[in-house]
Design a protein around this ligand. Structure first.
Ligand code: MOS
Length: 739
C-alpha cells in the first residue's frame, strides 16, 4: 500500500472552493425555479386568529401565500418524523397554534426573491396571545422535570454515597455555573431547493445538511412517500456544527411550497432566521459540588444540570455526562432536569454537553485546587481515571497524562505562580489557566462502493457529507491507499442519497464510520483486480495464485517484483466497458461493550486582563490531544484549531439574549451576536500525542470535530481567575463582569 493516510495533504476540493466552483445548496440553478420567503411569529405563544394575505397576493410575481389555512395536509399532521437526531418536532402549518416567537407561520412564493420578500412584509397577522406562555427561565426552572433519558442514556446516575464523601472531604467547593443561549453560525445558512416530478410523487431536494440519509427519511415520512422516491443532494456544506444535523421545518416547507405552486422552490433562511427554528445551544444552569481529602483525591462529586427546552420537544443539553467519566471518584451523582419554555427547540451544538459541561466541571476543579493550595494540573493528575469510573471498563486508549505533560511543557506551566493575581505586564494583569478536553469516540455503520472507470481511474462513493472538515480529502486518501493507486487516479464522491448509506455527520463520527467502509470496499475491489489479472486470458499473470500477486502503484505484479505484471489500466481496458464494481459495509462490533472509548486533551491558556477596563485578551493557547491516528495532519490540525477558536468565542463573546417579555431574540444578527474575529485570536499551538488504538475502528481514528471546543472556556475562565482573583461563573466573560 502507498502511504497517503496521515499525510498533510491540501484539500482536494480547496481550489474549487476558493474559485467559487463548489456548488452549495442555494447556488444550484434549477430550471423554472421560484423563490420562497419564510414568515415567522412575533408572539411567544397562542393562536393565529387570522392572516390577511390579500395585499401580498395582489403583488406582481406572487405565486402563493401559504398559511395553515391552505397548506397541504400532511400525514399525522406533520408529526410522522420526530425522532432525533434527524427528525424533530417542527412547525409545518398544520394548525393555527404558536409555540414560540420566531416560529414559521407562512411562506410566500414569488418569481423573484425580492418580490417574495416584499410581499411577505404585507401579511397582516392577528394573534390571540396566550398570557401563560413561559419565556423567562427563572419562572420555567421553578417546575423542572426529569426527561427520563438523554438519547438513550439515563438522565441521572449515582454511585457511592455523596453525603459520606462530603464528610470525608477537608475542602468542599460548591457553586453554580451558567452558560448562555448560543447559536450556530455556519457561513452557509440553512437552504433547501425542492422539486417534485410532474406526477407530484418523487421529490428531489438540494439541502444544506449534515445528514442526507436523515433528510431523506424525514421527508419521506413527512409526506408519506417511499424513501426511494426522495433524493437528497448535498455535495458541499458550508459548516454545520449540529444545526444541520436535523431536518427542520424549512426543509419540508420548501417541499410543500414546491408542490403547492408546481415549480421548483428555493428557500434560504436569512441570518436573523438562523436564530430561529433551526436549533440552538440551550441556556444551562449547572450546580457543581466537589469535595477532596487532604491528599487532593476527590471524595464526592455532584453535577446537576437544568437546561431550557421547548414546549414542543424535550431536548436535553447533556452537560453532566463529562462528570460521569472524567475523574476517579467513588461517590458521585449527576442529574439532568429540563425547564419547559415557549422557545424554539434546542439542539446539538458542537460538543453538546461536553462544551457546556466541561466549563462547569473544569472551573469547579480549578476552584477546589485554589482552596486546597494544590496546583490545578497536579490536582487533575491525582484524580486521573485509569479506567472508566462509570462503567468500570478499561479505556480503549487514553493519552491524557501525556497530553498534560506535553501541554505543560510547551506552555511553560511550571512558570505559573500558585497564587492568583500576582502576574502583571503594564496595565495588564496576566494569568494562566488550564482544563481537560474530552469527547466520546463514536462510530456507526456505513457502506461504500467503488467503480473502476474505463480510463483506469477509480470512483469511490459514499452517501456521507463533508461539513468543511475535509471528508472528501481524507476519504480519497484512504481509498487511494487501499487501492494501491495514486491520489490523482481516485475520485471520492459523497452528498447524494442514492449512494451507499452513511450516518449523520454528527457526534464526530464521520471519519471513524466512513473510512472503514471506504477501505473495505477498496479492499474488495483490490481482490477483484488481482482476480482479473489471473483470469483474464490476455494477462501475463494468468493462472497465478492470488497470494503470489500484489497491487501497488496501479499495477498488479508478482509479489515483491518492481516491474512487469499488468497495469490496472490494461486490465480495465480489456473489459471493454463492462462494469467492475465492489461495495462493502462496515459496522462497529461489540467493542463498546468491552472498552470505554473517548478522546482526551489538555488545554492551556494565557490571558491578559486590562485592570481598568476589564478587557480580556487571549494571547496564546496550547492544546494537546490524544485522538488516535489522524487521516490527514493538516485537516486534523484545522479541526482542532477551529474548535479552539470557537472555545474562545464561548469563553468571551457568544450569547443570545431573549426578551423576557415576549421571547424574541434581541441580538439576532452577527453585528450583535459576537463571534471571534482574527484580531481576537492569538497564537494557537495544536499538538497531537502519538496514540495507537486498535479497538476504536480499523483505521484507529477518533473523532476530532468536537473535542477542540471542550475545555477551552474553562481554561480561559481559570486563567482570568489566575490573573485577577475574580471568578466568573457565568459565560461569556464580558468586561462588565470584571470591572
Ligand atoms: Mo455535532 S453538534 O454532533 O454536529
Amino acid at each position: 500500500m502507498t502511504n497517503l493516510v496521515g499525510q498533510a495533504l491540501a484539500r482536494v476540493d480547496g481550489r474549487d472552493k476558493v474559485c467559487g466552483r463548489a456548488p452549495y445548496a442555494a447556488e444550484v440553478e434549477v430550471a423554472g425555479m421560484v423563490h420562497a420567503v419564510l414568515l415567522t411569529s412575533t408572539i411567544a405563544g397562542g393562536r393565529i386568529e387570522q392572516i390577511d394575505t390579500r395585499a401580498a397576493q395582489a403583488e406582481p410575481g406572487v405565486l402563493a401565500v401559504i398559511t395553515a389555512r391552505n397548506a397541504m395536509p400532511l400525514p399525522d399532521k406533520g408529526r410522522a418524523a420526530i425522532q432525533p437526531p434527524t427528525g424533530r418536532a417542527r412547525s409545518l402549518l398544520q394548525d393555527d397554534s404558536v409555540s414560540y416567537n420566531g416560529e414559521p407561520i407562512a411562506i410566500v412564493v414569488a418569481d423573484t426573491l425580492e418580490r417574495a420578500a416584499a410581499a411577505a412584509r404585507l401579511l397582516r397577522v392577528r394573534y390571540a396571545e396566550d398570557p401563560q406562555a413561559v419565556v423567562a427561565f427563572e419562572r420555567a426552572k421553578a417546575s423542572p422535570y426529569d426527561p427520563g433519558q438523554i438519547l438513550g442514556k439515563p438522565s441521572d446516575t449515582r454511585r457511592g454515597n455523596i453525603a459520606e464523601g462530603m464528610r470525608e472531604a477537608v475542602q468542599v467547593h460548591e457553586a453554580v455555573y451558567t452558560t448562555p443561549i448560543e447559536h450556530h453560525h455556519p457561513m452557509e445558512p440553512h437552504a433547501t431547493i425542492a422539486q417534485w416530478d410532474a406526477a407530484g410523487e418523487r421529490l428531489t431536494v438540494h439541502d444544506a445538511t449534515q445528514a442526507i440519509s436523515g433528510s431523506r427519511e424525514t421527508l419521506a415520512k413527512t409526506f408519506g412517500i417511499a424513501p426511494d422516491h426522495v433524493v437528497v443532494l448535498c455535495p458541499f456544506v458550508g459548516g454545520g456544527f449540529g444545526c444541520k444535523g436535523s431536518s427542520w421545518s424549512h426543509v419540508a416547507l420548501a417541499a410543500m411550497a414546491a408542490r403547492h405552486v408546481g415549480r421548483p422552490v428555493k428557500l434560504v433562511l436569512d441570518r436573523t432566521q438562523m436564530f430561529g427554528p433551526v436549533g440552538h445551544r440551550p441556556h444551562t444552569e449547572q450546580t457543581l459540588i466537589v469535595g477532596a481529602g487532604a491528599d487532593g483525591r476527590f471524595t464526592a462529586l455532584h453535577h446537576g444540570v437544568v437546561s431550557e427546552t421547548s414546549v414542543m420537544e424535550d431536548w436535553t443539553e447533556p452537560s453532566a455526562l463529562v462528570s460521569r467519566m472524567l475523574y476517579a471518584c467513588a461517590n458521585q451523582s449527576t442529574t439532568h432536569r429540563l425547564a419547559r419554555m415557549n422557545i424554539a427547540v434546542p439542539t446539538f451544538t458542537r460538543a453538546p454537553g461536553e462544551a457546556s459541561g466541561s466549563f462547569a466541571l473544569e472551573c469547579a476543579v480549578d476552584e477546589l485546587a485554589a482552596r486546597l493550595g494544590i496546583d490545578p494540573l497536579d490536582l487533575r493528575l491525582r484524580n486521573h481515571a485509569d479506567k472508566d469510573p462509570e462503567s468500570g471498563l478499561p479505556f480503549s486508549s487514553k493519552s491524557l497524562r501525556e497530553c498534560y505533560r506535553v501541554g505543560a511543557e510547551r506552555f511553560g506551566w511550571q512558570r505559573r505562580p500558585l497564587q492568583a493575581g500576582t502576574l502583571r505586564d503594564g496595565p495588564w494583569r496576566v494569568g494562566m489557566g488550564m482544563a481537560t478536553a474530552t469527547y466520546p469516540t463514536n462510530r456507526s455503520a456505513a457502506e461504500a462502493r467503488v467503480r473502476m472507470m474505463a480510463d483506469g481511474t477509480a470512483l469511490v462513493q459514499c452517501g456521507s457529507q463533508d461539513l468543511g472538515t475535509g471528508t472528501l480529502t481524507v476519504m480519497a486518501q484512504v481509498a487511494a491507499d487501499a487501492l494501491g493507486m495514486p491520489l490523482s487516479r481516485v475520485r471520492f464522491e459523497l452528498g447524494d442519497s442514492r449512494m451507499p448509506k452513511a450516518p449523520v455527520s454528527g457526534g464526530s463520527q464521520t471519519a471513524a464510520s466512513v473510512s472503514p467502509a471506504v477501505q473495505a470496499a477498496c479492499m474488495a475491489m483490490r481482490a477483484k483486480l488481482v482476480d482479473l489479472a489471473r483470469t483474464d486470458p490476455q494477462s501475463s499473470l494468468r493462472g497465478r495464485p492470488a497470494d503470489e500477486l500484489a497491487l501497488a502503484d496501479g499495477w498488479v505484479r508478482p509479489a515483491g517484483a518492481e516491474s512487469g505484471g499488468e497495469s490496472v489500466n490494461a486490465l480495465i481496458g480489456r473489459l471493454q466497458g463492462a462494469p467492475l464494481e465492489a461495495s462493502a459495509q462496515s459496522a462497529p462490533g461489540d467493542e463498546k461493550k468491552r472498552f470505554s472509548m473517548h478522546a482526551f486533551g489538555a488545554v492551556f491558556a494565557e490571558v491578559r486582563v486590562d485592570e481598568a477596563l476589564g478587557i480580556v485578551r487571549v494571547p496564546r493557547i496550547v492544546g494537546v490531544y490524544g485522538v488516535g491516528n489522524r487521516l490527514n495532519e493538516k485537516t486534523a490540525h484545522s479541526q482542532l484549531m477551529g474548535g479552539i477558536v470557537w472555545g474562545v468565542g464561548m469563553a468571551l463573546f457568544e450569547e443570545t439574549w431573549r426578551d423576557a417579555r415576549n421571547g424574541r431574540y434581541v441580538n439576532a444578527s452577527l453585528a450583535e451576536y459576537h463571534v471571534p474575529v482574527n484580531a481576537d485570536i492569538g497564537g494557537i499551538d495544536v499538538q497531537f500525542v502519538p496514540e495507537d488504538d486498535p479497538h476504536v475502528n480499523p483505521l484507529g481514528v477518533k473523532g476530532i470535530g468536537e473535542i477542540g471546543i471542550t475545555g477551552v472556556a474553562a481554561a480561559v475562565a481559570n486563567a482570568v481567575y489566575h490573573a485577577t482573583g475574580r471568578r466568573v461563573r457565568d459565560l461569556p466573560i464580558t468586561l462588565d463582569k470584571l470591572i
